[in-house]
Design a protein around this ligand. Structure first.
Ligand SMILES: [Mn+2]
Length: 388
C-alpha cells in the first residue's frame, strides 16, 4: 500500500476501466434498436428501443447468463473463450433436494449485472467471449447415466478449447466434471475445493452421492472398499492426486466420519473454517495455491455454496452454521483464480430454500469474480486485444 492517500485501488481501477472501449455495448444497442424497433416519440434517449432486446432493462427479456449469447448449436461453442453450462441435477443430495433449479436461478439473478466491475476493473462483455451453452441433459432417475452425460459434455467443451463455467446441481457432479477435464491435461491436476464438507466418502446410501466426488476423483492405488475389505482396487483418475486436493472451510457436524478416515489415509489437505479465519484469505489462498499446483499442470476450482455461512447462503442442501463470510470467500476465489484455472464449478445452490435469491447471487458472484480475476491476470479472454 502506497503512502499517498489518493492511491486507492478504486482510483487505479477507474483508470484501467477507461482503457476498455465499449465496442460490444454499442453493437448490442444498435442491434436492439434494429430488432426491437424505434421507441415512442416521447422517449428522449434514442438508444432505447420499443421492445426490449439485448441487455436492458435488467428486469426484462429472456435470460441467459448475463444476457450473453445463447449458443444453441453446441458445435459452435468453439467460437467462444468460455461457456456457462448448467447441470440441473440433484438426485445426489442426501438431505434437501432442489439444486436442479440452481442454473435457472443463477441466470435469473444474473440479469441484475451488466458484466463490468470496478473491483477488478474488468468488462466481461468486452474482454471475454462468453456464451450460455444451456444445460446438460441429465437423467434424474439415474446418477451413473447422468455422470456419463456430464463427463461427455464437459469433455466436449474442453476439447474445443473453451473454459467451462459449470453451475450445479449437487456436488456429486464434481467427479464427472473433473473426469471430463483431466484427460485433456498433459500432467497432473490439482483441485481447490471450498466447502464445509470433505465430500470424499466412498458411498452414501449405496450410491455415489454428493458426499463422494473426491473419493472417486483422486487417485488411490490399492484402496479397500466398505463392502469388500478383502478386495484391493485402483480408484480415481490417474492424474488427480490426493496431495493436490486442498479443502478449505471444512467443519460442522454433518456426518463425515468415514470421509475423515479417507482424507487422513490419503493425505489430502484439509483446512477448517477456523484455519481460514485465523490465516485470513490471502495466506489461505497462498497455501492452497502452493499445495494444489505442486507438480501440477492445471488447477480446478470446486466451490460448494454451503461453504458460506447459511445466514448469507440459506438456499442449499446441507447448511452448516459458522461458515465463511461472503467477502472472505470471494477474496479467496479471486486470489486462486488469478493463477489460472482449467475449470470452475459452483454447486449446491438450492433455490427452493433460498431467500431473495441471495444464495444464487453469491454463487453467481463466485463465477464472475473468478472469471474477472483470470481476465485481469491474462489467463482468459482477450484484454490485450481490446485495451486502448
Ligand atoms: Mn458441502
Amino acid at each position: 500500500m502506497a503512502d499517498d492517500k489518493s492511491d486507492f485501488q478504486g482510483k487505479r481501477n477507474l483508470e484501467s476501466l477507461a482503457r476498455i472501449p465499449q465496442t460490444k455495448q454499442k453493437e448490442a444497442t444498435r442491434r436492439a434498436l434494429e430488432l426491437g424497433l424505434e421507441a415512442a416519440p416521447s422517449i428522449k434517449d434514442r438508444d432505447i428501443s420499443l421492445f426490449s432486446r439485448g441487455y436492458a432493462p435488467a428486469f426484462a427479456g429472456i435470460n441467459t447468463l448475463l444476457k450473453m449469447p445463447y449458443c444453441e448449436d453446441v458445435r459452435e461453442v468453439g467460437k467462444y473463450e468460455a461457456a456457462f453450462i448448467g447441470e440441473p441435477f440433484d438426485t445426489g443430495t442426501t438431505f434437501r433436494p432442489g439444486a436442479r433449479w440452481g442454473p435457472q436461478a443463477v441466470r435469473r439473478i444474473s440479469a441484475l449485472y451488466d458484466g463490468y466491475t470496478i473491483n477488478g476493473a474488468v468488462d466481461l462483455h468486452e474482454e471475454l467471449d462468453l456464451c450460455d451453452l444451456g444445460d446438460v441433459y441429465v437423467i434424474p432417475g439415474n446418477i451413473e447415466k447422468t455422470f456419463d452425460q456430464i463427463t461427455k459434455a464437459i469433455s466436449y467443451i474442453v476439447e474445443q478449447g473453451v473454459f467451462p463455467v459449470i453451475c450445479g446441481g449437487d456436488h456429486s457432479l464434481g467427479f464427472p466434471n473433473v473426469r471430463g477435464i483431466a484427460p485433456h491435461i498433459d500432467g497432473n491436476v490439482g483441485i481447490i475445493h471450498v466447502d464445509r464438507h470433505l465430500d470424499c466418502s466412498e458411498m452414501q446410501m449405496d450410491e455415489r452421492m454428493h458426499g463422494t466426488p473426491w473419493y472417486w476423483t483422486c487417485h488411490e492405488a490399492s484402496a479397500t472398499t466398505h463392502r469388500d475389505h478383502a478386495h484391493m482396487h485402483d480408484v480415481g483418475l490417474p492424474n488427480c492426486l490426493p496431495e493436490n486436493l486442498v479443502q478449505l472451510g471444512i467443519g460442522g457436524w454433518a456426518g463425515m466420519r468415514d470421509a475423515a478416515i479417507i482424507a487422513r489415509r490419503r493425505g489430502s489437505n484439509v483446512l477448517t473454517v477456523e484455519d481460514v479465519g485465523r490465516l485470513g484469505p490471502e495466506k489461505t489462498a497462498e497455501i492452497a495455491l502452493e499445495l494444489a499446483w505442486k507438480g501440477c499442470k492445471a488447477v480446478y476450482l470446486s466451490f460448494d455454496i454451503d461453504s458460506i455461512d447459511p445466514a448469507f447462503a440459506p438456499g442449499t442442501g446441507t447448511p452448516e452454521p459458522g461458515g465463511l463470510q461472503p467477502r472472505e470467500a470471494l477474496e479467496i476465489v479471486r486470489l486462486v483464480a488469478t493463477e489460472g484455472l482449467c475449470g470452475l464449478e459452483v454447486v449446491e445452490i438450492s433455490p427452493p430454500y433460498d431467500v431473495n435469491d441471495n444464495t444464487a447471487q453469491l454463487g453467481l458472484r463466485v463465477m464472475l469474480d473468478a472469471l474477472a480475476a483470470m481476465v485481469t491476470a491474462g489467463k482468459l479472454g482477450h484484454r490485450d486485444a481490446v485495451a486502448i
